[in-house]
Design a protein around this ligand. Structure first.
Ligand SMILES: [Fe+2]
Length: 290
């Protein structure tokens, strides 16, 4: 079975995908995969980065944004997603290291959007029993920007961030900008008005495998960079155990494959949006009938 992306999978082909961190992209050629296609990445002496794909003579489009190198196998928009908060001068950019996951990238995004697992997977950090209920929130497909958002999300968290001195009632806003690109805005322990921003850029390497690139844009001028990275990696490695045990590894887009509950309404919106976009890579039961 080929792991190559289907030429008709336009939403996936024409998207920008993060394929690594800029801080680790040097003059030595590195290899990676995107949508089943082998890539070679190299930074030239003049500083520009070139991405070559197997079987193609011309280099792929590239963009440097949000600490990451982005590329596309199709015809992408002018730039990767905008994150206006990222430009605030006192934000700290924290690139948390790339992590390989043996699961569909779509499942990794869906897990990122789920609050219900906090007390059970991130126990005593992002949640704790007995406060396990996900209260009602609002999920929607914003057709003007073609993104999925969830607002009015709240969860009580023992340690919402490395800098959190005590438990707090954390407000969340979730945003899915493209099928493999998502971010959240959550109450910052250090700023009453501005939220922390945590992004997850997922690089689908094969249908059932991906590489996750978590990036944080924090208001925190105290914590050491290494400690911030370690905090986030610990959380992500807890997620990876759950993700790699999910079956099927592909994300089912057949409506009958799931029994939605109120807590899942963002997941349902995400799957509907993927289905409507006819996303195939990393999915099962969607547009397979053509
Ligand atoms: Fe998680």
């Amino acid at each position: 079975m080929s792991h190559r992306v289907d030429p008709e999978d336009r939403a996936v082909l024409d998207a920008w995908h993060a394929v690594g961190f800029l801080e680790t992209t040097g003059p030595a050629a590195t290899r990676t995969r995107l949508l089943g296609v082998a890539l070679t990445i190299r930074r030239a002496a003049c500083g520009t980065i070139q991405v070559l794909a197997e079987g193609r003579d011309t280099p792929l489009p590239v963009a440097e944004r949000h600490g990451c190198l982005w590329t596309s196998l199709g015809t992408p928009p002018a730039t990767p997603l905008a994150i206006p908060e990222a430009d605030e001068p006192d934000r700290r950019l924290v690139c948390c290291g790339s992590i390989d996951v043996h699961a569909s990238g779509l499942r990794v995004v869906e897990n990122f959007l789920d609050m219900a697992h906090f007390p059970f997977v991130h126990t005593n950090i992002l949640g704790a029993e007995p406060q396990t209920e996900v209260s009602r929130y609002h999920a929607e497909w914003r057709r003007d920007v073609d993104e999925v958002w969830a607002t009015d999300c709240r969860f009580h968290q023992p340690r919402a961030a490395l800098s959190a001195a005590a438990g707090q009632d954390t407000g969340y806003i979730y945003r899915v900008a493209s099928p493999f690109v998502t971010l959240l805005y959550k109450t910052c322990p250090n700023d009453a008005l501005r939220p922390d921003v945590i992004a997850l850029f997922v690089q689908p390497t094969q249908p059932e495998r991906c590489r996750a690139h978590p990036v944080m844009f924090l208001i925190d001028d105290i914590s050491a960079q290494a400690d911030l990275i370690q905090f986030q990696q610990k959380i992500f490695l807890q997620d990876r155990i759950i993700l790699e045990n999910q079956r099927p590894r592909l994300l089912p887009l057949d409506a009958r494959a799931e029994i939605p509950t109120r807590a899942d309404s963002l997941s349902v919106a995400y799957r509907r949006w993927l289905k409507e976009k006819r996303v195939r890579y990393g999915a099962t039961g969607a547009a397979s009938g053509g």
